[in-house]
Design a protein around this ligand. Structure first.
Ligand SMILES: [Zn+2]
Ligand SMILES: [Zn+2]
Length: 317
Protein backbone atom coordinates (compact mmCIF):
# COMPACT_ATOMS: atom_id res chain seq x y z
CA UNK A 1 0.00 0.00 0.00
CA UNK A 2 1.41 3.32 -0.99
CA UNK A 3 0.02 5.08 2.06
CA UNK A 4 2.24 2.92 4.21
CA UNK A 5 5.27 3.29 2.00
CA UNK A 6 8.39 4.55 3.61
CA UNK A 7 6.96 4.45 7.07
CA UNK A 8 9.37 2.92 9.50
CA UNK A 9 8.99 3.75 13.13
CA UNK A 10 10.75 2.53 16.20
CA UNK A 11 9.94 3.60 19.73
CA UNK A 12 11.32 7.04 20.26
CA UNK A 13 13.20 7.05 17.00
CA UNK A 14 12.70 8.96 13.81
CA UNK A 15 13.22 7.75 10.31
CA UNK A 16 13.66 9.36 6.92
CA UNK A 17 13.12 6.84 4.19
CA UNK A 18 13.24 6.60 0.43
CA UNK A 19 11.11 5.11 -2.28
CA UNK A 20 12.77 1.72 -1.89
CA UNK A 21 11.39 1.16 1.61
CA UNK A 22 9.56 -2.08 2.20
CA UNK A 23 6.02 -1.84 0.89
CA UNK A 24 4.29 -4.44 3.02
CA UNK A 25 6.38 -4.72 6.16
CA UNK A 26 4.03 -4.96 9.17
CA UNK A 27 4.23 -1.78 11.16
CA UNK A 28 5.38 -1.84 14.76
CA UNK A 29 3.19 0.00 17.28
CA UNK A 30 3.70 3.59 16.36
CA UNK A 31 5.21 6.19 18.50
CA UNK A 32 5.72 9.55 16.87
CA UNK A 33 3.85 11.50 14.27
CA UNK A 34 4.21 10.57 10.62
CA UNK A 35 4.88 13.68 8.59
CA UNK A 36 5.06 13.83 4.82
CA UNK A 37 6.19 17.09 3.27
CA UNK A 38 4.03 17.70 0.20
CA UNK A 39 5.72 21.03 -0.39
CA UNK A 40 8.56 22.93 1.26
CA UNK A 41 8.85 26.15 -0.72
CA UNK A 42 7.86 29.76 -0.08
CA UNK A 43 5.58 31.85 -2.26
CA UNK A 44 8.30 32.75 -4.78
CA UNK A 45 8.45 29.26 -6.27
CA UNK A 46 6.31 29.02 -9.39
CA UNK A 47 4.31 25.82 -9.90
CA UNK A 48 5.05 26.04 -13.65
CA UNK A 49 8.73 25.38 -12.91
CA UNK A 50 7.82 21.90 -11.77
CA UNK A 51 8.56 20.10 -15.02
CA UNK A 52 11.98 21.55 -15.73
CA UNK A 53 13.47 22.27 -12.37
CA UNK A 54 15.28 19.45 -10.55
CA UNK A 55 15.31 21.23 -7.18
CA UNK A 56 11.73 22.48 -7.42
CA UNK A 57 9.85 23.04 -4.19
CA UNK A 58 6.09 23.06 -4.14
CA UNK A 59 4.17 25.46 -1.94
CA UNK A 60 4.42 24.46 1.71
CA UNK A 61 2.08 21.71 2.87
CA UNK A 62 2.29 18.65 5.09
CA UNK A 63 0.27 15.46 5.39
CA UNK A 64 0.11 14.04 8.91
CA UNK A 65 -0.52 10.35 9.53
CA UNK A 66 -1.78 10.07 5.93
CA UNK A 67 -5.01 11.74 7.09
CA UNK A 68 -4.62 15.38 8.03
CA UNK A 69 -3.33 18.16 5.81
CA UNK A 70 -1.92 21.45 7.02
CA UNK A 71 -2.25 23.88 4.10
CA UNK A 72 -2.72 22.64 0.57
CA UNK A 73 -2.60 24.06 -2.94
CA UNK A 74 -2.96 22.60 -6.40
CA UNK A 75 0.77 22.09 -7.02
CA UNK A 76 1.03 19.50 -4.23
CA UNK A 77 -1.52 17.00 -5.55
CA UNK A 78 1.16 14.78 -7.04
CA UNK A 79 2.83 14.44 -3.64
CA UNK A 80 -0.21 12.76 -2.04
CA UNK A 81 0.48 9.01 -2.08
CA UNK A 82 -1.72 7.00 -4.38
CA UNK A 83 -4.83 5.68 -2.63
CA UNK A 84 -4.45 8.13 0.24
CA UNK A 85 -7.61 10.02 1.21
CA UNK A 86 -6.99 12.93 3.58
CA UNK A 87 -9.89 13.56 5.97
CA UNK A 88 -9.24 17.06 7.22
CA UNK A 89 -7.39 20.22 6.28
CA UNK A 90 -6.11 22.83 8.72
CA UNK A 91 -5.25 26.23 7.29
CA UNK A 92 -2.48 28.32 8.79
CA UNK A 93 -3.67 31.41 6.90
CA UNK A 94 -5.21 32.57 3.65
CA UNK A 95 -2.17 33.47 1.56
CA UNK A 96 -2.37 31.91 -1.88
CA UNK A 97 0.71 29.73 -1.38
CA UNK A 98 -1.10 27.95 1.51
CA UNK A 99 -4.79 28.20 0.74
CA UNK A 100 -6.80 27.31 -2.34
CA UNK A 101 -10.56 26.74 -2.05
CA UNK A 102 -10.43 24.83 -5.34
CA UNK A 103 -7.65 22.51 -4.14
CA UNK A 104 -9.44 22.01 -0.82
CA UNK A 105 -12.59 20.84 -2.61
CA UNK A 106 -10.69 18.65 -5.05
CA UNK A 107 -8.70 17.03 -2.22
CA UNK A 108 -11.95 15.47 -0.96
CA UNK A 109 -11.38 16.40 2.68
CA UNK A 110 -14.52 16.30 4.79
CA UNK A 111 -13.56 19.04 7.21
CA UNK A 112 -11.57 22.21 6.77
CA UNK A 113 -10.46 24.33 9.72
CA UNK A 114 -9.63 28.03 9.54
CA UNK A 115 -9.11 30.60 12.25
CA UNK A 116 -12.41 32.11 13.32
CA UNK A 117 -11.38 35.57 12.09
CA UNK A 118 -11.78 34.58 8.44
CA UNK A 119 -14.38 31.82 8.69
CA UNK A 120 -17.06 33.66 6.70
CA UNK A 121 -14.67 34.41 3.83
CA UNK A 122 -13.46 30.81 3.70
CA UNK A 123 -16.99 29.41 3.81
CA UNK A 124 -18.19 31.45 0.86
CA UNK A 125 -15.02 30.84 -1.21
CA UNK A 126 -15.16 27.07 -0.61
CA UNK A 127 -18.90 26.94 -1.41
CA UNK A 128 -18.29 28.84 -4.66
CA UNK A 129 -15.42 26.53 -5.63
CA UNK A 130 -17.52 23.43 -4.89
CA UNK A 131 -20.43 24.75 -6.98
CA UNK A 132 -18.11 25.49 -9.90
CA UNK A 133 -16.43 22.09 -9.70
CA UNK A 134 -19.75 20.33 -9.03
CA UNK A 135 -18.16 18.49 -6.13
CA UNK A 136 -19.15 18.26 -2.46
CA UNK A 137 -17.79 21.03 -0.26
CA UNK A 138 -15.97 20.23 2.96
CA UNK A 139 -17.55 21.54 6.12
CA UNK A 140 -15.61 24.70 6.99
CA UNK A 141 -15.14 25.03 10.73
CA UNK A 142 -13.62 27.68 12.99
CA UNK A 143 -10.64 27.20 15.27
CA UNK A 144 -9.66 29.43 18.20
CA UNK A 145 -6.18 29.95 19.58
CA UNK A 146 -5.33 27.64 22.43
CA UNK A 147 -8.37 25.42 21.88
CA UNK A 148 -7.45 21.90 20.68
CA UNK A 149 -9.31 19.97 18.00
CA UNK A 150 -9.24 16.16 17.87
CA UNK A 151 -8.77 14.81 14.34
CA UNK A 152 -7.79 11.32 13.24
CA UNK A 153 -6.04 10.46 16.52
CA UNK A 154 -4.21 13.77 16.67
CA UNK A 155 -4.78 16.65 19.05
CA UNK A 156 -4.24 19.82 17.08
CA UNK A 157 -4.07 23.23 18.75
CA UNK A 158 -3.84 26.49 16.84
CA UNK A 159 -1.54 29.12 18.35
CA UNK A 160 -0.83 32.63 17.04
CA UNK A 161 1.78 33.15 14.32
CA UNK A 162 3.71 36.35 13.72
CA UNK A 163 2.53 36.90 10.16
CA UNK A 164 0.07 39.08 8.29
CA UNK A 165 -2.34 38.71 5.40
CA UNK A 166 -4.04 42.08 6.01
CA UNK A 167 -7.32 40.33 5.13
CA UNK A 168 -10.36 41.88 6.78
CA UNK A 169 -13.63 39.93 7.01
CA UNK A 170 -16.66 41.79 8.39
CA UNK A 171 -14.36 44.36 9.93
CA UNK A 172 -12.14 41.76 11.63
CA UNK A 173 -8.45 41.32 10.77
CA UNK A 174 -7.37 37.77 10.01
CA UNK A 175 -5.13 36.20 12.60
CA UNK A 176 -2.67 33.63 11.29
CA UNK A 177 -1.95 30.32 12.99
CA UNK A 178 0.77 27.83 13.80
CA UNK A 179 -0.25 24.35 14.93
CA UNK A 180 0.80 22.27 17.89
CA UNK A 181 0.20 18.63 16.94
CA UNK A 182 0.15 16.06 19.74
CA UNK A 183 -0.04 12.30 19.74
CA UNK A 184 0.81 10.43 22.94
CA UNK A 185 4.12 11.82 24.17
CA UNK A 186 4.99 13.37 20.79
CA UNK A 187 4.49 17.12 20.51
CA UNK A 188 5.24 18.71 17.14
CA UNK A 189 5.13 22.44 16.56
CA UNK A 190 4.52 23.20 12.87
CA UNK A 191 5.51 26.82 12.49
CA UNK A 192 4.98 28.45 9.11
CA UNK A 193 4.50 31.26 8.17
CA UNK A 194 5.95 33.23 11.07
CA UNK A 195 8.66 35.65 12.12
CA UNK A 196 9.93 33.77 15.16
CA UNK A 197 7.62 32.23 17.75
CA UNK A 198 5.16 34.64 19.35
CA UNK A 199 4.94 34.97 23.12
CA UNK A 200 1.33 33.79 23.09
CA UNK A 201 2.22 30.74 20.97
CA UNK A 202 5.06 29.84 23.32
CA UNK A 203 2.76 30.09 26.35
CA UNK A 204 -0.10 28.18 24.73
CA UNK A 205 2.30 25.42 23.67
CA UNK A 206 3.92 25.23 27.12
CA UNK A 207 7.41 26.20 25.93
CA UNK A 208 7.90 29.69 27.37
CA UNK A 209 10.59 29.21 30.02
CA UNK A 210 8.97 32.00 32.09
CA UNK A 211 6.25 29.51 32.99
CA UNK A 212 7.64 26.84 35.29
CA UNK A 213 6.21 23.98 37.31
CA UNK A 214 6.65 26.27 40.34
CA UNK A 215 4.72 29.31 39.10
CA UNK A 216 2.27 27.74 36.63
CA UNK A 217 -0.63 27.68 39.10
CA UNK A 218 -0.17 31.38 39.82
CA UNK A 219 -0.71 32.11 36.14
CA UNK A 220 -3.81 29.92 36.08
CA UNK A 221 -5.25 31.51 39.22
CA UNK A 222 -4.87 34.95 37.67
CA UNK A 223 -6.98 33.85 34.71
CA UNK A 224 -4.30 33.80 32.02
CA UNK A 225 -4.20 31.59 28.95
CA UNK A 226 -1.08 29.53 29.46
CA UNK A 227 -0.51 25.80 29.05
CA UNK A 228 1.22 23.64 31.60
CA UNK A 229 4.98 23.80 30.99
CA UNK A 230 5.82 20.96 28.65
CA UNK A 231 8.54 20.40 26.07
CA UNK A 232 7.90 20.00 22.38
CA UNK A 233 9.62 16.94 20.95
CA UNK A 234 9.63 17.98 17.30
CA UNK A 235 9.86 21.24 15.41
CA UNK A 236 9.21 22.16 11.79
CA UNK A 237 9.79 25.87 11.29
CA UNK A 238 9.99 28.15 8.34
CA UNK A 239 13.28 29.72 7.20
CA UNK A 240 12.09 31.84 4.29
CA UNK A 241 14.87 34.39 4.78
CA UNK A 242 17.61 31.72 4.49
CA UNK A 243 20.88 33.03 5.97
CA UNK A 244 19.99 36.70 5.58
CA UNK A 245 19.06 37.72 9.09
CA UNK A 246 18.34 41.34 8.12
CA UNK A 247 15.92 40.34 5.37
CA UNK A 248 13.14 42.86 4.65
CA UNK A 249 10.60 40.12 5.46
CA UNK A 250 11.82 39.74 9.06
CA UNK A 251 8.53 41.06 10.56
CA UNK A 252 6.62 38.13 9.06
CA UNK A 253 9.20 35.42 8.28
CA UNK A 254 12.21 33.72 9.88
CA UNK A 255 15.81 33.12 8.91
CA UNK A 256 17.94 30.03 9.55
CA UNK A 257 19.57 31.96 12.40
CA UNK A 258 16.20 32.63 14.03
CA UNK A 259 15.30 28.93 13.84
CA UNK A 260 18.72 27.96 15.19
CA UNK A 261 18.51 30.39 18.11
CA UNK A 262 14.99 29.19 18.87
CA UNK A 263 16.15 25.57 18.91
CA UNK A 264 19.23 26.26 21.04
CA UNK A 265 17.33 28.32 23.62
CA UNK A 266 14.51 25.80 23.91
CA UNK A 267 16.99 22.94 24.35
CA UNK A 268 18.90 24.87 27.00
CA UNK A 269 15.71 25.34 29.02
CA UNK A 270 14.43 21.81 28.48
CA UNK A 271 11.52 22.89 26.28
CA UNK A 272 12.67 21.09 23.13
CA UNK A 273 13.53 17.48 23.83
CA UNK A 274 13.71 15.58 20.53
CA UNK A 275 14.66 11.91 20.47
CA UNK A 276 18.40 11.55 20.11
CA UNK A 277 19.57 12.45 16.63
CA UNK A 278 16.28 13.93 15.51
CA UNK A 279 16.88 17.36 13.95
CA UNK A 280 14.52 20.32 13.67
CA UNK A 281 13.38 20.75 10.07
CA UNK A 282 13.30 24.00 8.14
CA UNK A 283 10.62 24.49 5.49
CA UNK A 284 8.97 27.25 3.40
CA UNK A 285 12.38 27.86 1.88
CA UNK A 286 13.00 30.87 -0.31
CA UNK A 287 14.58 31.27 -3.71
CA UNK A 288 18.13 31.46 -2.44
CA UNK A 289 17.89 27.67 -2.62
CA UNK A 290 16.49 27.57 -6.13
CA UNK A 291 19.28 25.32 -7.41
CA UNK A 292 20.18 23.59 -4.17
CA UNK A 293 19.38 20.02 -3.27
CA UNK A 294 18.38 19.30 0.35
CA UNK A 295 21.84 17.75 0.87
CA UNK A 296 23.56 20.94 -0.27
CA UNK A 297 21.42 23.01 2.09
CA UNK A 298 22.03 20.61 4.98
CA UNK A 299 25.78 20.95 4.46
CA UNK A 300 25.64 24.65 5.34
CA UNK A 301 23.03 24.47 8.11
CA UNK A 302 24.04 24.62 11.77
CA UNK A 303 24.10 21.32 13.61
CA UNK A 304 20.66 20.16 14.66
CA UNK A 305 18.83 21.62 11.64
CA UNK A 306 17.89 19.87 8.43
CA UNK A 307 16.09 21.00 5.29
CA UNK A 308 12.71 19.56 4.40
CA UNK A 309 12.17 18.55 0.80
CA UNK A 310 9.11 17.65 -1.22
CA UNK A 311 8.12 14.02 -0.72
CA UNK A 312 10.28 13.57 2.40
CA UNK A 313 8.46 11.36 4.87
CA UNK A 314 9.60 11.12 8.46
CA UNK A 315 8.30 9.99 11.80
CA UNK A 316 8.91 12.63 14.43
CA UNK A 317 9.10 11.36 17.98
ZN1 LIG B 1 3.84 31.31 2.71
ZN1 LIG C 1 2.02 33.79 4.29
Amino acid sequence: MTTRRSFIAAAGAFAATGAAAEEETPLPPQRGIRVRFLGSGAAGWKPEWLEKHPCMRRQSSVLLEGKVLIDFTECAFDMIPEGCRPEALFQTHSHGDHYSPKAAVKSGVKRMYVHETWLAAAKSAVAAAAAKLELPAPEVMPVSFGVPVEECGLRITPVPANHSTSRVTDGVLERTALYLVEKGPSRLLYATDTGGITGDAARMAGIDPHITAGNYMNYIKSGTCVAEPKAITALVMEATDADFDDDFRMFVHSSVQVVHRTVEMLKRYGRFTPPEGQPAYITHLGLKYRDWSAEMIDAELPEGLRAASDGLEIVLG
